[in-house]
Design a protein around this ligand. Structure first.
Ligand SMILES: [Mg+2]
Length: 357
């Protein structure tokens, strides 16, 4: 990206677009589309805590990628070590909400296992939620993109599908931030160049089906059903990524409509909305996020303002090339926040025991 203002807008939009999607989808996570509708009605407002939204691991891990990029300068190996350091800190701050594979990998990292052996054989979404920002930053350089996505993925997920899903989302985010027109044809032609490795034809086949589905303008819930998701989109890349791509191709410029559609399809809603929100946010910037959605996220200390500062620092670092320090965060306060967050999640869990079913 040559224009630094454009780059900054894309980074801010990517991180905030993901955060708002995460917060909107979070109260519905794991519910079927029908039960979520009975519980909360249409996905058009925050429902986590007194009509406000909170972020989860999806946003926290995207921010860890930004922090690792800022600290490591242009050194990919150092990036991997900095990301591992962030993941260890994330676990030690009593964070909750990550997928099982990410959690296991973080425990291994805390026990001193190296980044090349910490990953678990899982094709969950953990690495995909970290890859949109890598696409925005490195998408122009195919080899660099592959290297950063590979290093980011293998820390937690060593299954090849996790890498293929992460790379697909990174390419989508790059196209979204840079190309004047978004199309399935463009996505597929770039993917065929970038996705190598064994079995990549299988993943490209999944994306081809998603492109056909978008072309026929069907609801994403129909695609999810064909993929075998009967209670909403699961947290596995081979379900999540085609569904996210399908909605993105139908609404590349419409953040609100896209997020309502993917959250309405149920399942792993915080993650699907975070990934889709970060891809569209990278194109449209912060201004495309409805104000009531943006201002309704009341999290702290990783607030919207902190995320914007983080994006600004990353943009500066990319222009100057030298490693820098990310904006400070009060870690003891983050622990207190995480304990409160765990309580809110627990209350939502208890509420689900009660009707409506
Ligand atoms: Mg989450």
């Amino acid at each position: 990206m040559a224009d630094s203002r454009l780059e900054r807008s894309a980074i801010v939009g990517c991180l905030l677009g993901g955060a708002v999607g995460d917060a909107l989808g979070l109260p519905r996570e794991g519910l079927s589309p029908a039960r979520a509708q009975r519980f909360f009605g249409a996905p058009d407002r925050h429902r986590m805590l007194f009509g406000r939204g909170m972020i989860s691991d999806d946003t926290e891990h995207a921010c860890l990628v930004a922090e690792a990029l800022i600290r490591s300068g242009s050194d990919a190996k150092n990036f991997e070590q900095q990301l591992a350091r962030g993941l260890r800190r994330w676990l030690l701050c009593f964070s909750v909400g990550g997928g099982a594979a990410t959690f296991q990998a973080c425990i291994k990292l805390c026990l001193g296992v190296s980044t090349s052996h910490s990953g678990v054989d899982s094709a969950g979404n953990g690495a995909v939620i970290r890859s949109a920002l890598l696409g925005v930053v490195f998408g122009r350089d195919r080899n660099k993109l592959r290297e950063y996505v590979r290093r980011s993925t293998r820390i937690t997920h060593r299954n090849e599908r996790a890498y293929q899903g992460a790379l697909t989302v990174a390419v989508a985010a790059y196209i979204s931030a840079n190309e004047s027109e978004v199309s399935g044809h463009l996505l597929l032609s770039q993917l065929r160049h970038v996705l190598d490795g064994k079995d990549s034809y299988y993943f490209i086949g999944l994306i081809e089906d998603a492109v056909d589905s978008a072309r026929s303008k069907e609801r994403v819930s129909n695609l999810a059903l064909r993929l075998g998701c009967h209670r909403g989109i699961t947290g596995f890349v081979e379900h999540t990524v085609p569904c996210v791509i399908q909605v993105w191709l139908r609404y590349p410029n419409n953040y609100q409509a896209a997020l309502q559609e993917i959250i309405g399809a149920g399942g792993d809603t915080d993650t699907t909305a975070a990934i889709l929100g970060s891809i569209i946010g990278a194109r449209e910037g912060k201004g495309a996020i409805p104000e009531r959605w943006l201002n309704g996220v009341v999290d702290w200390p990783q607030s919207n303002q902190w995320i914007e500062k983080l994006a600004a620092t990353l943009s500066r670092q990319l222009n100057e090339g030298k490693p820098q320090s990310p904006p400070k965060i009060a870690w003891p306060l983050l622990v207190a926040r995480n304990l409160l967050f765990a309580l809110v999640v627990l209350l939502h869990g208890f509420r689900r025991i009660l009707p409506p079913y």
